[in-house]
Design a protein around this ligand. Structure first.
Ligand code: MN
Length: 423
């Protein structure tokens, strides 16, 4: 077990037992304040540890690296220093916050310099994203979509259990949690109409997803193997892959999603490291038929992450739309990454690879309005008496996620965004 993951560790900082950020988590993010420029921070309880300030006090001196990587607007330069260094930095931070270690615990002057209340920081997009890929790897989601749009008897297309299906998305419109966006406009065609029309999207949807962030690049022609896949993953975030269903359904044949997806995606600001998630690994689905050898894996490669989505109408209270879990993924992150590089396509630090909508087997665990309202045939009634088939202007969507095992609970914070009227 990694020392920083020890469930018996306690911090000298008071941390609520339901906090997403106990000492066993230590996720990395980029923040700024009214007086501080963008920089790398680590979440601990309801505070942020400023790694520029920690460096200035010399606490990282023994690790011998260029601490200027912490005074950057993105995590990419820190990530580029490599997995052994991310681990050493996380271990050192764990020691500094450990209640049994005096170094920072007994130095109130230093504490004042390195800790900032979370309420005083603004979180920024954690990585500079070169490329974004979205997969389609939840069995129940793919089955539901197939039932609604094609043939209930043959819901899954013939390739689905052989290939982690995906498409190349748009990186420019991925924004950090808290960034609102305007309802997209586009070309749509009603089923009974002869010709398409152009206008604001009528069937705006969310997609409950997570994403992993590439931590180690490859060269063109190179393929990542399953045993090496985890070395290329820095960590995970929550992800809302906003979707315009009416634009999507008209445009997607034959080349797949385009403008129905590219207008906005929302990402949570704290990157939870793959290292911190290690204790929450669980068995994945039994993959039948057997996958091709390059996709075969051994061991516990799924992750038990509880996921929740809330809809908050304008001037209303948040209402829980669904409860799902990352463990409902049929294809693992490692398989997705291996398949992605199997043709020799190179990957870069900061690339984002999203899971695809994560739906579970029960109705309350579906990860999109499309499934929750079953294509609009079963409207969802909100506490204020209004109904939703899809997302309305002024609605705020909130995704939360946490992994829990025995007394250890590590979370992702929130992924929030509000839909503004079309421009
Ligand atoms: Mn998606």
């Amino acid at each position: 077990m990694m020392k920083a993951n020890d469930p018996t560790l306690k911090s000298w900082i008071t941390i609520d037992k339901n906090s997403d950020f106990p000492i066993q988590n230590l996720p990395f993010g980029i923040f700024k304040t009214a007086s501080l420029k963008p920089r790398v921070g680590v979440a601990i309880g309801d505070q942020v540890l400023d790694l520029v300030a920690v460096s200035k006090l010399g606490y990282f001196n023994n690790l011998r690296f260029d601490t200027q990587v912490f005074a950057k607007e993105h995590l990419n330069d820190f990530i580029a220093l490599g997995q052994p260094l991310w681990r050493s930095v996380r271990e050192k931070i764990s020691d500094l916050l450990d209640a049994s270690k005096e170094e920072l615990r007994d130095n109130p002057e230093a504490q004042k310099k390195v800790l900032i209340p979370m309420s005083e920081v603004q979180m920024l997009l954690p990585v500079k994203i070169g490329d974004y890929t979205d997969f389609y790897s939840s069995l129940d989601h793919a089955t539901n979509m197939g039932k609604m749009f094609r043939d209930p008897a043959n819901a899954l297309l013939p390739n689905w259990k052989h290939i982690p299906v995906g498409y190349h998305g748009r990186a420019s419109s991925i924004a950090v949690s808290g960034t609102n966006f305007h309802r997209p406009k586009g070309q749509t065609k009603a089923a009974d109409a002869e010709l398409p029309v152009f206008g604001p999207c009528k069937l705006l949807d969310f997609e409950l997803e997570t994403a992993f962030i590439i931590g180690k690049p490859t060269q063109p022609g190179e393929t990542v193997s399953i045993p090496k896949a985890d070395d290329h993953i820095f960590g995970m975030v929550l992800f809302n892959d906003w979707s315009a269903r009416d634009i999507q359904s008209w445009e997607y044949v034959p080349l797949g999603p385009f403008l129905g997806k590219s207008f906005a995606s929302t990402m949570s600001p704290w990157v939870v490291t793959l290292d911190a998630l290690k204790p929450f690994r669980v068995e994945g689905y039994k993959q039948e038929p057997k996958v091709l050898p390059y996709l075969e894996y051994l061991g516990k490669k799924n992750v038990d992450i509880n996921l929740e989505v809330y809809l908050q109408p304008k001037d209303g209270e948040p209402f829980k739309l669904c409860t799902s879990n990352y463990k409902y993924m049929y294809w693992t992150m490692e398989q997705q990454l291996v398949h992605h590089t199997s043709n020799g396509c190179n990957i870069n630090i900061g690339d984002v690879m999203a899971s695809g909508t994560i739906s579970g087997p029960e109705e309350g665990s579906f990860g999109s309005m499309m499934e929750l309202s079953w294509k609009g045939t079963k409207p969802i009634r909100l506490p204020d008496g209004s109904e939703r088939k899809f997302i309305q202007d002024g609605d705020t969507l909130i995704i939360k996620g946490f992994a829990k095992k025995n007394s250890t609970r590590i979370g992702f914070g929130e992924c929030i965004s509000t839909v503004l009227p079309a421009l």
